[in-house]
Write a protein of this length. Structure first.
Length: 176
């Protein structure tokens, strides 16, 4: 049973992540993370965030924070980008050697996101080598909520009601 969740709003401070037009990834990640924290707290979870403002936190510090807490789940929130602005879609990433529990949680969350946004491309559940996935000692996943490089999905990500819907889809897939 999951009790303590670490929500990791990717990037921050001098590391803006992807930036296109009026949108910077670190700001959107932080907004979605706050909304996710609120939704999970309403369900009775203890939720801690790796950053709560626009500051830089190293990848190592993010992992050390989650590991020291003995968290039960680590969720890193991101927006994707690509050099072709027509690329779009939602993807969820787990460590290459993730166990079946991690894959099960990630699959359930990914399905909730793609069910909530059926008109968005489903880029799938992916095995990846991201630092935060391989250096956390609990089930960990990284969600790419959509592409900032695509003008249509950038507008989608920038809208508060869509950020709220993303957070609620993720929250709805996590059971007490």
């Amino acid at each position: 049973m999951i009790k303590t969740i670490v929500v990791d709003p990717g990037h921050g401070g001098q590391d803006n992540g992807a930036a296109y037009g009026y949108a910077e990834e670190d700001d959107i990640n932080l907004s979605v993370a706050y909304l996710l924290r609120c939704a999970m707290q309403q369900k009775g979870f203890e939720v801690r965030m790796t950053r709560e403002s626009d500051i830089y936190v190293s990848l190592e510090s993010r992992c050390n924070f989650a590991n020291a807490l003995g968290a039960n789940l680590f969720i890193s929130i991101h927006c994707d980008a690509w050099h072709q602005e027509t690329v779009k879609g939602i993807s969820t990433h787990v460590w290459r050697d993730a166990d079946s529990t991690t894959k099960g949680i990630a699959s359930k969350i990914h399905r909730a996101l793609t069910d909530r946004f059926p008109d968005h491309s489903n880029r799938g559940l992916k095995s990846s080598g991201f630092y935060v996935l391989r250096n956390t000692s609990m089930p960990a996943l990284l969600i790419e909520c959509e592409f900032l490089s695509n003008p249509d999905t950038r507008e989608f990500l920038h809208e508060p009601e869509n950020q709220f819907a993303i957070a609620n889809a993720i929250s709805g897939a996590i059971n007490v």
